[in-house]
Design a protein around this ligand. Structure first.
Ligand SMILES: [Zn+2]
Length: 149
C-alpha cells in the first residue's frame, strides 16, 4: 500500500504555512514538524510581526514542537521547511537533535550548506521537495514588494 503521508504531502502543509506568511507580508517560509505521520507544529516566518530577526519558521517550529512534546529534544521528529535552513536555524536544529530535515528550495546565499554549518551527525537531510513551488512563492513575494515601493 502507498503511504499518502510522504514528504510531498507534508511539504504541501509547510507551503500552506508559507502562504499564510505571504498574506501577512512576511517573507514566505513555512514549516511543519511531524512525528509518526502526525503534524505537531505548524509555523511560519514572523520576523516582521515580532520585530525579531530570529523569528524564522524553523525557530518557531523547534519551540512549538518542544512545547507540544514536553521535552526539548526532537530526535523523533521530522521538520519540513519550504526553504533550506540558514546557519542560525541549522545551529538550533543541531541542538534539537532533530531526526530528519526535509526542505524545499535551496538558498544559495544564506543556506546552511553554502555556509558549511554542521547538523547533528544523526540528522538525515532531504532537499528539493516541491522546490519550484517554494521558490515561485518567494519570487512572487519579492516582485510584489518591489512594486509597492
Ligand atoms: Zn533561519
Amino acid at each position: 500500500m502507498i503511504n499518502p503521508f510522504d514528504d510531498t504531502y507534508f511539504m504541501k502543509r509547510a507551503l500552506q504555512e508559507a502562504e499564510v506568511a505571504f498574506e501577512k507580508g512576511e517573507i514566505p517560509v513555512g514549516a511543519v514538524v511531524v512525528v509518526e505521520d502526525r503534524i505537531i507544529a505548524r509555523t511560519h516566518n514572523l520576523t516582521e510581526l515580532l520585530n525579531d530577526v530570529t523569528a524564522h519558521a524553523e525557530m518557531q517550529a523547534i519551540t512549538s514542537a518542544a512545547n507540544f512534546l514536553g521535552g526539548k529534544y526532537l530526535n523523533k521528529c521530522t521538520l519540513y521547511v519550504t526553504l533550506e535552513p540558514c546557519q542560525m536555524c541549522a545551529g538550533a536544529l543541531y541542538w534539537s537533535q532533530i531526526s530528519k530535515i526535509v526542505y524545499g528550495a535551496s538558498d544559495e546565499q544564506r543556506g546552511f550548506r553554502t555556509m558549511g554549518t554542521q547538523l547533528h551527525p544523526k540528522t538525515e537531510v532531504v532537499g528539493g521537495i516541491l522546490a519550484e513551488e517554494a521558490s515561485a512563492l518567494m519570487k512572487r513575494f519579492f516582485i510584489e514588494k518591489r512594486n509597492l515601493n
